[in-house]
Design a protein around this ligand. Structure first.
Ligand code: F6P
Length: 359
């Protein structure tokens, strides 16, 4: 294979640039030509591509975001087109492939989460040679122990918890921190543990308010007049529902998670009478420079993706297993999610020290 392309799809995530850099450097070193497709799969349809040189990736290792741009809207198989005042959705996958053929691109590295993997495997089914790299701060992609970006998001949330501790202590308040993670509790569990939270609530275990209140009161009884609660954005009370807001984009209705923390803080204040505040960490978890761990993991993934191409192994995602890089067929994992298992060692540790609840 002489010419390849790389794209970043879905929400951004610390470490994207480190993967791009590793892909470009490894491929150039192997004598390949590399194109960068801009703005995710949309750029494949719109023919937005730039030649990737050593110069183009110089200095990007520690930079957050993606130099290629990304979007979590554009799917070439269901692509929005303006017809007068109306938006219609058309299958533009043939056009996207023709754009690659024109540049003699024989293989594509897609760096993305579940949506990107799905589109990648649909293109693979049409004969394009695809290799995937698992990206998301949520760590919810099956087949790999770690997605890159997760470690940085956990570090950011941990730092937020350290900061919340001092203000909670000064004001004798309950501080609730709502973290991202979609329907998975990985960020909440790891950051809550690292940041010394008093309660961690994750989507995998619908929560009851009573143990949370009991924990806060127990701490008060011990002379600790503040408490810190970490709640995943997708956590919800037993018998209740995930907190979402609905946003209409064009003719599409999009669901956004959020509001779980605010609701919980209000409930805690009402029941205990203790002043409570909620902080929603939001996209701060997605921005900024990747941690050393994520820089290294991203680089390993980028190098491994090009190695797949050199070995003619396609339709696979590179993954981490027992700290070794492995390859997993995309079709084995497409459309699935990786949640915190109820026998997860860290979850059990959280229960042992009284900060995670469940039956
Ligand atoms: O999947 C990454 C993630 O940051 C989730 O944790 C969060 O629910 C979602 O993306 C937010 O998406 P958006 O940037 O489209 O609001």
């Amino acid at each position: 294979i002489q010419t390849i392309a790389v794209l970043t799809g879905g929400g951004d995530c610390p470490g994207l640039n480190a993967v791009i850099r590793a892909v470009v450097k490894t491929a150039l070193g192997a004598g390949m030509k590399v194109w960068g497709i801009q703005n995710g799969f949309g750029g494949m349809v719109e023919n937005q591509m730039i030649a990737m040189t050593d110069q183009a990736v110089s200095g990007i290792l520690p930079r957050g975001g993606t130099i290629l741009g990304t979007t979590n809207r554009d799917n070439p198989f269901h692509y929005p087109q303006k017809r007068g005042n109306e938006i219609v959705y058309e299958n533009m996958s043939e056009q996207a492939l023709a754009n690659l053929r024109e540049k003699r691109i024989e293989a594509l590295v897609v760096i993305g989460g579940d949506g990107t993997l799905k589109v990648g495997s649909d293109f693979q089914a049409m004969g394009l040679a695809v290799v995937a790299v698992p990206k998301t701060i949520d760590n919810d992609i099956p087949g790999t122990e770690r997605t890159f970006g997760f470690d940085t998001a956990v570090a950011t949330a941990t730092d937020a918890l350290d900061r919340l501790h001092t203000t909670a202590e000064s004001h004798h308040r309950v501080m609730v921190l709502e973290v991202m993670g979609r329907y998975a509790g990985w960020i909440a569990l790891h950051a809550g543990m690292a940041g010394g939270a008093d309660c961690i609530l994750i989507p995998e275990i619908p929560f009851a308010i009573e143990p949370v209140i009991a924990k806060i009161k127990q701490r008060q009884g011990n002379g600790k007049r503040f408490s810190i609660v970490v709640i995943a954005e997708g956590a919800f009370p037993r018998g209740g529902q995930v907190s979402v807001s609905r946003i209409v984009e064009g003719s599409h209705e999009k669901i956004r998670l959020g509001g779980a923390g605010e609701k919980l803080a209000r409930e805690i204040e009402e029941i205990t009478g203790i002043e409570s505040r909620c902080t929603v960490l939001g996209h701060l978890q997605r921005g900024g420079s990747p941690t050393a761990f994520d820089r290294v993991l991203s680089t390993r993934y980028g190098v491994a993706a090009v190695q797949c191409i050199k070995d003619n192994v396609f339709g696979h995602m590179v993954a981490l297993n027992k700290n070794q890089i492995i390859r997993i067929p995309i079709e084995e994992i497409a459309g699935q999610a990786y949640n915190v298992p109820l026998d997860n060692e860290l979850l059990l540790a959280g229960r042992a020290i009284g900060i995670c609840f469940g039956d």
